[in-house]
Design a protein around this ligand. Structure first.
Ligand SMILES: Cc1c2[nH]c(c1CCC(=O)O)Cc1[nH]c(c(CCC(=O)O)c1C)Cc1[nH]c(c(CCC(=O)O)c1C)Cc1[nH]c(c(C)c1CCC(=O)O)C2
Length: 337
């Protein structure tokens, strides 16, 4: 069964008739059917309801015929399940009630018990019964990106408080990342044990760091997550603005390296030889006329062909204002290119 899933064959580096395609943030606000289902239901509440998670995860599969579904959830779901007081505020993102600034704050973050995210395992079981040959991707946030939300208290442009803690109190920083790595590992293992086909570790904001700082302050923790998850599923590792970090992120232990739109995939292939790549059409290109979308998508496919395997995706998430019909057409193009 698994062998018929195109995404898994691409992750293994098999020669395929065409690249598999899915989109980061394919479930969500670009779809009117999502906005309808979510009316009056809070974001995190919706993530705890297996029936809603299943339906929202399936919406982009039905509409676009992508080769993979990504579980509808959020990177802060396991933190909330482990008792961290936070919410997702519409139009802003995650907001944390009591930001982490000192060792006592770190010590107040406890481990995640698998049963505390049982709703995720339930949703995955519902999805597996529906998905057939479409792969299901589970995911989690990497320690740096989670730490950034916890230390800043919310979204941040410069991650200044995060870096101040990292440089100024490395013992607190490493203790925080160790706890977050434990929570993330448990969250991913629950998803793998429930049957997802692949996992993606999002270190969305790691591109804020130099390679030296990434290696010193982040890589050991991301590696602990990626190496700690057992079950043999392919592991995808992705961040934004990570051109200089690609080799280090590959060393953290991913089978597939996600690339944003800034680095052409043939250049990325030379930076992480032997790795399968995922990416990397600029999400903003989807707002341009179709001729531009087609030209850029064909360029991405040609550059991706230089890697040992290529999973077509955007360089970051779908923008909410994207016309869903353009996504559907893009999937068709990738499938027939
Ligand atoms: C950094 C990050 C977060 N969450 C996530 C990341 C890593 C991916 C990335 O880099 O974009 C991951 C995520 N969040 C969500 C998914 C669902 C699956 C999918 O990709 O379709 C995934 C994979 C749902 C969501 N997560 C969120 C929404 C929008 C909330 C809503 O619909 O009300 C969705 C569908 C909220 C969220 N959650 C987060 C942000 C920055 C936001 C956006 C705030 C906003 O613009 O409203 C934190």
């Amino acid at each position: 069964m698994n062998d018929t899933k195109l995404l898994l064959r691409a992750a293994r580096g098999d020669v395929l008739p065409h690249a598999p395609v899915w989109f980061m943030r394919q479930a969500g606000r670009s779809l009117p059917e999502y906005r309808e289902l979510r009316a009056g239901v809070g974001m995190l509440e919706s993530c705890r309801r297996p029936d809603l998670v299943c339906e929202i995860t399936l919406q982009p599969v039905r509409r676009h015929h992508v080769d993979a579904a990504i579980l509808y959830s959020d990177i802060v779901v396991p933190l909330q399940a482990a008792g961290v007081d936070l919410d997702i505020v519409a139009g802003t993102g995650p907001v944390v009630a009591a930001p982490v600034r000192a060792m006592a704050d770190v010590e107040a973050i406890r481990a995640l018990e698998p049963g505390e995210v049982g709703f995720v395992a339930d949703a995955i079981r519902l999805l597996l019964a529906e998905l057939g040959a479409t792969a299901l991707i589970g995911f989690a946030g990497a320690p740096f990106t989670l730490a950034s939300y916890l230390v800043e208290g919310g979204p941040s442009r410069h991650h200044a408080k995060t870096k101040a803690l990292m440089y100024g109190a490395p013992d607190v920083w490493h203790a925080l990342c160790e706890r977050l790595a434990g929570i993330t590992r448990t969250f991913l293992q629950v998803q793998v044990d429930a049957g997802v086909d692949a996992i993606q570790l999002f270190d969305s904001w790691a591109g804020a760091l130099s390679e030296a700082d990434y290696r010193r302050y982040v890589l050991p923790h991301s590696r602990a997550v990626l190496e700690g998850v057992t079950g043999g599923v392919p592991k995808i590792h992705f961040g934004v603005g990570t051109a200089e970090l690609l080799p280090a992120m590959a060393e953290a232990g991913a089978d597939v390296v996600g690339v944003d739109w800034r680095t052409p995939l043939d250049v990325a292939a030379s930076r992480v030889p032997g790795r399968v790549l995922q990416g990397n059409l600029d999400p903003c290109v989807l707002l341009a006329p179709w001729e531009v979308v087609e030209q850029e998508a064909r360029r991405v496919l040609a550059e991706g062909a230089k890697a040992p395997g290529h999973i077509f995706n955007l360089g970051h998430g779908v923008m909410p204002e994207t016309d869903p019909d353009v996504l559907t057409r893009l999937v068709e193009l990738v499938h027939t290119a």
